[in-house]
Design a protein around this ligand. Sequence first.
Ligand SMILES: [Zn+2]
Length: 425
Amino acid sequence: MLIRDVCLSDGRQGRDLLVQDGRIAAIGPQLAAPEGTEIIDGQGWLLSPPFVDAHFHLDATLSHGQPRVNDSGTLLEGIALWGELKPQLTQEALIERALRYCDWAVARGLLAIRSHVDVCDDRLLAVEALLEVKRRVAPYLDLQLVAFPQDGLLRSKNALVNLRRALDLGVEVVGGIPHHERTMAEGAESVRILCELAAERGLRVDMHCDESDDPLSRHVESLAFETQRLGLQGRVTGSHLTSMHSMDNYYAAKLIALMAESRLGVVANPLINITLQGRFDSYPKRRGMTRVPELLAAGLDVAFGHDCVLDPWYSMGSADMLEVATMGLHVAQMTSRTAMRQCFEAVTVNAARIVGLEGYGLEVGCHADFVLLQARSPEEAIRLRAARLLVVRRGQVLSRMAPAIASLHLAGRPSSVDWSFSPPR
Ligand SMILES: [Zn+2]
C-alpha cells in the first residue's frame, strides 16, 4: 500500500508513506510505487498514528440505564449503581457490549485501549469476559487489562485474593483505588501492597488515585515513593489525580518534582473529571482536573483517557478521543499552538508510551498502524473532531469513511462547505 500526499503532525506536507509486510517501509515526497501496490490518494489530509485510550472501563460500557440511570450524576451514586448492576451481569452480555464498543473504537481510529476490570466479584465474571474479548479483538485492536479493586483493596472482602487470581488468569497490570479505602492510612497501605505485588511479578501499575476534591488526598505521594523504593520508575501510572487541582501550590510544587523523579505516567480524564468533580461545591465550582500543563512542563508523560462511555458514571460518549482532547484543551485552558498539539499527543503518542505499546508511531520500521483525518493539522483535527477517512492496522484497511462535506442550497453562494480553515503562519 502507498498513501500519496498526506501531511504529518510535525508540519511536514506532501509526504507519501509506503507500507510493506505490515510495517512502514518509507516516508518521503513522491515515493516510487513497487509493482502491484495499492495506491490511496491522501489529498493532503493529516496522517496520524492511531488514537490510544490509556484509561477506560470496558466492563461497564454501554450499560447505561441498567438497572436505572444515575440521577444525581455523582461518582458515589455511580459506584452504588455499578454495585446494583454487578449481580445481574452475564458473561454473554459483557462480551457483546465490549465487542460493540471496540467496533465503535476502530471506526474512530482508536486501536489501543487500557481497560480497568473490576475484580471485586468472587465469580470474576468480568475478568473472564474481558480476557475473551481481548482474544477476539487481538487481530484489530490492542486491549490491555488492569486488575481494578473498585470497592477498595482492603475495604472489600476478598479483593486482594481476587486481584491475584485475575493476574494469574492473564490480566497484565495492577490497579488500585487508595482514596476509596476506609482511612488515609489504609489507602497508603494499599499502595504499598499493590506496588510490592507488581514488583514481585514484574508488572506495570495503574491506580485510580486521589479522584477527589479533598486537597489532603495525597496518595499519589505514596505512589511516587513506592515507585522509587521498589525501582518501578517508568512503569507506574496515576490516573485521575484530581485532588491536585485543589492542593496548595507550595505542596503541589514539591509533589510534582517527586512525581517527575519517579517518572510516573499521568492520565487525566477530562470528560469525567469536569462532570464528577466539584459536586460538593456551591459557587465557585472547581474544575477538578489535575494540573496538566504543570505536569507536562515538569517532563511527565500526560495522557487523556475517555474513562467512561454510556455507563453508571457517564451517559455520553462515542469512543471519540478527539472529543476527549477537546474537553482537555478547554478545561486546562491549553489554547497556545504548542499546548493544542500537546492535547493531540495526550490521546496519541503520550498514551502509547504510558501503555507501553511497541512499534507505535509514524517512523520507518514501525507497525503500519495509522488513521487519515479530514484535517490539515492536529489542532484542526481537535477543532473539527475530524472524520476518520481511513483506519489502517498492520497495513490492512479496517475502516473507511467519506469526507464530511455539506451540500448548500443558497442562491449565488458556493455549493458545498467543509469547515476547514488555514490560519496565516
Ligand atoms: Zn476509571
